[in-house]
Write a protein that binds this ligand. Structure first.
Ligand code: K7E
Ligand code: CUA
Length: 669
């Protein structure tokens, strides 16, 4: 590194918090210019040469196009499941084409999927109510695929809702949300939803500390405010989180954040960051710092090392109390049972990532220009031999930093998250430098040692990065996606709200070559983390529901399935049940008469039991929109409280006579 750069690094590290808000200049770097620069495109047809010339494409552009262009009918090799931030959904994106294949509604009603508009998904959204309030949005950050032996198994996907402290469960058989759970003790759960290597638990860290119950004065922060980490027990056979077997750990109010589960030799441990060991309480009077400064006052915070297997045993032994009806292992028990140890970490860290072999854990320092690598075997030794340098104010043992440090690697400015490949490299996103750092794991590449190999510029200000399988025991080192917060000058203007920029990098080769090969504008949400899985692993994914009359809520045939010829209207007092079929290009029945004051339930079966033969159902003014996948039976209920004639229709252009696929609902006095 040049002295000039070193000086800049040092000064920015000192500037710390201020530096974090800086943003890069909107220019391509000289390195990128050089790579794409000059020369003629050789080996192409005259027509291709002419097109390249006319469009001003350089040789590197043509190579990138060849790596990513996916002709009609050809399929992607991987799928990236991405969060959408405060859009409250998940996106499935094909790689390397970077085509959005679909969105999966989780915390937010979504009318195309009919999510939140039929009885079953209304009930689902309602089940995610928070303090009795039905909330209709979420802030999704960290999608996590279910794992078996530390590898993605393609069965389930979990996603956290930071704002309300919830976890959504998606079944990858039909790619639909099946469950939303909420821990009643906190909000702002940034640190979800990380799985243990066999998906025994889904982990949720709380970030903001609050009093578990009611309101407490900020001056009592240390005594009355608490952090929390929740272990949600996953029942794979049922495809649901088992709330009765889930529990939380009471923790100091240090803002526990991102966690990663140990694997291999470190299986059974959890590593979680914390942000506010200062126990800072905000700007209250002139002269106080703001949160950003106050939580970064000390040089070190504490990485929490939690023994989740021991915690599970403690929970099963009944050593917990119930707060708001949720089992919590008290801090006293956490300490006396040896469930938690601290390791000093760079202040206000961001990412926390265990290496593929489970031997090391990497912290992204955010305010320092290095990643910090810990040796987990040494952490285990220190715990086993009770070798501590002291205790925190709550009595939690602190392991000495130097005893367990493996390396600090100078990677660049604003290191956030780290992922791994199959070549023994680690990749760290650099928010301030707007680059991806490739660095070598000394444990895997002794020929290189622990050192920076290359910084690849990206455009601009990367948050998370996602390497194909990059947090599993067997990463595939072919692709990396840089999920950038700013796009600035990359796309055609879309008004003052800019898309984000998801950039695909080809990381297949060793050394310094890892070019950006595609820019994908993301204009429907703010992806944070994403995970990339081979499509070959999604073997459980259905192309069509297994049986006619399928109920996606129970994943079984519905008791209300209606087959052709069985359509009918049944009345029982003021309760009316309509058993309806949909087929190209009509509904049966298609004229329905009810009386004002009736409660009408429609049970609609799409009997077009063939791939991709979708029908919809839009009924004004009752706020009903359905998406009926082939073979699906779905239900919605309306209160027929107004007299009138209400035409409904199929909302999916399903056939040449789709416009005629409609019916009238007559509500009579
Ligand atoms: Cu870095 Cu929520 Cu994981 Cu955004 S977080 S980037
Ligand atoms: Cu069915 Cu349009």
């Amino acid at each position: 590194m040049s002295t000039k750069k070193a000086k800049v690094l040092a000064s920015l590290a000192v500037a710390g918090v201020l530096a974090l808000t800086a943003c890069s200049k909107p220019t391509a770097t000289p390195a990128q210019e050089a790579k794409g620069g000059g020369g003629s495109v050789t080996g192409l047809s005259a027509e291709a040469e002419a097109i390249a010339k006319e469009r001003g494409l350089k040789p590197a552009d043509v190579t990138a196009a060849l790596k990513t262009y996916t002709p009609s009918g050809k399929k992607d090799e991987a799928i990236m499941f991405s969060s959408s931030g405060h859009a409250g959904q998940v996106f499935a994106i094909g790689v390397p084409s970077m085509r959005i294949l679909r969105s999966i509604a989780v915390f937010t009603p979504e009318s195309w999927q009919g999510y939140g508009y039929n009885d079953e998904t209304r009930k689902l959204l309602k089940s995610g109510s928070v303090d009795g309030e039905m909330v209709t949005w979420g802030d999704t950050h960290h999608p996590n695929l279910s794992e078996t032996k530390g590898e993605y198994d393609g069965e389930f996907l979990f996603i956290n809702d930071k704002v309300h402290g919830r976890i959504g469960v998606i079944d990858l058989k039909d790619w639909e949300t099946k469950q939303i759970v909420h821990n009643p003790l906190n909000f702002g759960d940034h640190g979800g939803s990380f799985v243990t290597p066999n998906t025994d638990y889904v982990i949720e860290g709380s970030q903001f500390a609050i009093p578990y119950i009611g309101q407490e004065d900020m001056k009592d922060y240390k005594d009355k405010y608490r952090g929390l980490i929740t272990l949600w027990k996953f029942d794979r056979a049922k495809g649901r989180i088992d709330q009765s077997q889930s529990f939380s750990l009471e923790l100091p109010p240090y803002w526990q954040d991102l966690c990663d589960a140990g694997k291999g030799p470190s299986e059974g441990l959890l590593f979680c960051n914390s942000i506010n060991t200062e126990m800072f309480t905000g700007y209250n009077k002139k002269g106080d710092a703001h949160w950003e400064g106050g939580t970064s006052a000390k040089d070190r915070d504490y990485m929490h090392v939690i023994d989740w297997k021991k915690a599970e045993a403690v929970f099963k032994a009944g050593k917990f109390e119930k707060i708001k009806d949720f089992p919590v292992i008290s801090m006293d028990t956490v300490i006396s049972e040896g469930l938690l140890h601290f390791v000093p970490e760079p202040k206000s860290p961001h990412g926390n990532d265990v290496t593929p072999k489970g031997t090391h854990v990497v912290i992204g320092g955010k305010l320092v220009p290095t990643t910090t690598v810990y040796n987990i075997a040494k952490i285990k030794d220190a715990i086993a031999n009770k070798k501590f340098e002291g205790k925190d104010p709550f009595g939690i043992p602190i392991i000495k930093f130097e005893d367990v440090l493996e390396a600090t690697v100078e990677v660049g400015l604003g290191p956030l998250h780290t992922q791994f490949d199959d070549k023994g490299y680690a990749y760290t996103s650099l928010f301030l430098d707007s680059a991806i750092a490739r660095w070598s794991l000394g444990s895997e590449r002794p020929q290189d040692g622990w050192k920076l190999i290359h910084q690849e510029p990206i455009q601009y200000n990367v948050g998370h990065l996602s390497v194909y399988g990059g947090d599993t025991v067997k990463p595939n080192g072919k692709y990396l996606v840089s999920l950038n917060k700013w796009s600035l000058d990359r796309f055609t203007n879309t008004g003052p709200l800019y898309p984000q920029n998801l950039q695909l990098l080809d990381i297949a080769k060793e050394g310094e070559e890892m070019p950006v090969i595609y820019d994908m504008a993301m204009g429907i949400g703010e992806p944070h983390y994403a995970q990339m899985i081979s499509t070959e692993k999604l073997t459980k994914s259905w192309q069509i529901y297994p049986q006619l009359g399928w109920n996606p809520e129970t994943q079984k045939p519905s008791e209300h399935v209606t087959k052709a010829g069985e359509e009918r209207v049944e009345r029982n007092g003021n309760k009316v049940d309509v058993y309806m079929t949909a087929v190209r290009s009509h509904f049966t029945p298609e004229n329905i008469e009810v009386k004002k004051g009736d409660i009408v339930t429609f049970h609609v079966t799409n009997i077009d039991y063939t791939k991709d033969a979708l029908h919809g159902f839009g009924l004004p003014p009752f706020n009903v929109t359905l998406s009926m996948e082939p073979g699906e039976t779905t239900e919605f209920t309306i209160n027929a409280d107004k007299v009138g004639t209400f035409p409904w229709y199929c909302t999916e252009f399903c056939s040449a006579l789709h416009m005629e696929m409609m019916g009238y609902l007559q509500i009579k006095e």
